[in-house]
Design a binder for this molecule. Sequence first.
Ligand code: NAP
Ligand code: ZN
Ligand code: ZN
Length: 348
Amino acid sequence: MMKSFGYAAQSAKTPLAPFKFERRDPGPNDVVIDIQFCGVCHSDLHQIRNEWDDSLYPMVPGHEIVGRVVSVGSAVTKFKVGDTAGVGVFVDSCRVCPSCKAGEQQYCDLGMIPTYNGRDKNGDLTFGGYANNIVVDEAYTYPISPKLNLAGVAPLLCAGITTYSPLRHWKVGKGKKVGIVGLGGLGHMGLKFAHSFGAHVVQFTTSLSKKEDALRLGADEVVLSKDSAAMRAHASSFDFILDTASAPHDLNLYLALLKRDAAMVLVGLPDQPPTVQVGALAFQRRVLSGSAIGGIPETQEMLDYCAEHNIVADVEMIPIQKIAEAYDRMLRNDVKYRFVIDMASLQK
Ligand code: NAP
Ligand code: ZN
Ligand code: ZN
């Protein structure tokens, strides 16, 4: 077994603490990555606190991973030692179901194998990226362009693809009026992509203090969602709304802003179910849908798009020792706009 070291939660109530563990011995198709940076996703916090009721402990979170390849198995073709590699939200899947065959591994019939808080094919718990290293099958690992700032690339592996995928699926682009709900890790990437795709973008936020940042990040307009007059002024005018909010909120306020036949897609995963007024959907044939991360081909497409258009996340770098403080700020909506852990801090 390969020795690893990171930070883990031992239960829903205990803070993250240093943790020694083992990963599987690398096989012929595996790469071993020394992790340099790992983004801090709100899903890490939901799962550490068992807010989705499916948590397995001990839990080493982290699924926005970039680092250096330090060894490759005999059958590996995509990487050589010294390359930069990324790992996202899943590390394997069945590979034969219709979704896997379509390159939509996140929707695998048997369930994707998550990077952490899941079980590997051998039954072992999977452990994520708040750690010094990781072993991953090269097929579930992404080559990373050396052109981009590496710390800013890490959040693309979850926040990036989770917003890129629905914006592409619902054909957001020039001539479309698009709303982004929530300006956090996902929201700021959604805003950057929607702007880059040429849409007219309206950022919805509960935080007045984020207005200037939203405009700088590409918003054409910013609406404070608590301001009901400002909300009403946009009634029935949106082609698409992407909702990234991490906590329960009233979806009906946003549904009323969609045009006939337009869609709102939920990517935020609050721990409580929403209440939806059917009339808000039925009387304008509006669509309410959801979306989860993205498959391997689309994640690679997104990484290539970012390299070409010089898009990375706006990051605030922290040492792993400051993770509890980062979570506290995340809960107060005080993220600008993704915490990224500098894994060199593990050595301290
Ligand atoms: P984050 O950085 O903490 O940002 C969440 C933002 O939501 C906050 O900054 C805030 O923005 C807004 N918000 C919070 N509470 C709200 C409320 N009560 N009403 C309205 N807006 C509220 O979180 P994140 O990492 O972007 O993740 C967002 C959500 O997406 C989480 O639930 C996460 O688990 C989920 N997620 C889903 C997928 C997927 O595949 N579907 C992938 C990754 C993450 P303002 O201050 O601008 O209001
Ligand atoms: Zn995530
Ligand atoms: Zn499958």
